[in-house]
Design a protein around this ligand. Structure first.
Ligand code: CAA
Length: 258
């Protein structure tokens, strides 16, 4: 049997997904994205999993969409198939949190894939960029949409129009990345963060993720209402009673719904 393009592993309550096309620096062919979407949906449906970590190799998280595959495509090819819709777009419907653990290059579709995750933890050797303009195209999976929201319009313009890469420190300063850690500690840190999330009550985790995404995509007043209604709804769960009782009793909560 041939090697999977995305390796999966279960670590406690965390689902680990590793892009596995190292010779092509994890270039994201449609086949890679199909396998990734299927594996993520599997972890999303698995009651024993509370959060996921997506990673690549030490040299590359992913160096972008597959240029070799795209090279000969015409407008009709990409338009009719809605290239970068389908399984690419389906990743945003994953309900459990996904942490991108980024080492090395996260370029083009690789940077966009990391931004489609909920948290980015970067190794100190990580490099982010949207170099599509050098190929005579533009970013197609969120580089002109998610990146300005994450790092400001000015920095997104700079990165997208000049194709320059930014290092992990600059990415953290700009707000793209939540933490930078030494490369040797990347997986430990990402898996620990995912395990912490997976130890919480799942309804609160999912509602928190949905509310933050609502704030990211919609208006402030709609977001405030959405958050308040979800906050109210959590008072119908046993985990709210347990979480607050445990605090008052000065003990650790034993959540039922994980
Ligand atoms: N697609 C296909 N193959 C790729 C690739 C990609 N995006 N990136 C790297 N590779 C392949 C190379 O062709 C090379 O293959 P061979 O060994 O068979 O020649 C192998 O990976 C190693 O790459 P390099 O020899 O280039 O490695 P390097 O260390 O010299 O350079 C790099 C690393 C700077 C990341 C360079 O590979 C590079 O610039 N890659 C392309 C980055 C890019 O332009 N990404 C955007 C793609 S378009 C896109 O993503 C659209 C979108 O918005 C979704």
């Amino acid at each position: 049997m041939s090697e999977p393009l995305v390796k999966t592993e279960v670590r406690g309550r965390v689902g680990l997904l590793t892009l596995n096309r190292p010779k092509a620096l994890n270039a994201l062919s449609n086949e890679v994205i199909d396998e990734l979407a299927q594996a993520m949906r599997g972890f999303d449906a698995d009651e024993n999993i509370g959060a996921m970590v997506l990673t690549g190799s030490e040299k590359a998280f992913a160096a972008g969409a597959d240029i070799g595959a795209m090279q000969g495509w015409t407008f009709m090819d990409v338009y009719k198939k809605d290239y970068l819709g389908g399984n690419w777009e389906s990743l945003k419907r994953i309900r459990k949190p996904v942490i991108a653990a980024v080492s090395g290059y996260a370029l083009g579709g690789g940077c966009e894939l990391a931004m489609a995750c909920d948290i980015i933890i970067a190794a100190d050797n990580a490099r982010f960029g949207q170099p599509e303009i050098k190929l005579g195209v533009i970013p197609g999976f969120g580089g002109t949409q998610r990146l300005p929201r994450a790092v400001s319009k000015a920095k997104a313009m700079d990165l997208v129009l000049t194709a320059r890469m930014m290092d992990a420190e600059e990415a953290e300063r700009a707000g793209l990345v939540s933490r930078v850690v030494p490369a040797s500690r990347l997986m430990e840190e990402a898996l620990d963060a995912a395990a912490t999330i997976a130890s919480m009550s799942l309804p609160s985790v999912i509602m928190a993720k949905e509310c933050i995404n609502q704030s990211y995509e919609g208006s402030l007043s709609d977001g405030m209402m959405y958050e308040r209604r979800n906050f109210h709804a959590l008072f119908s769960t046993e985990d709210q009673k347990e979480g607050m009782a445990a605090f008052m009793d000065k003990r650790k909560p034993e959540f039922k719904h994980r």
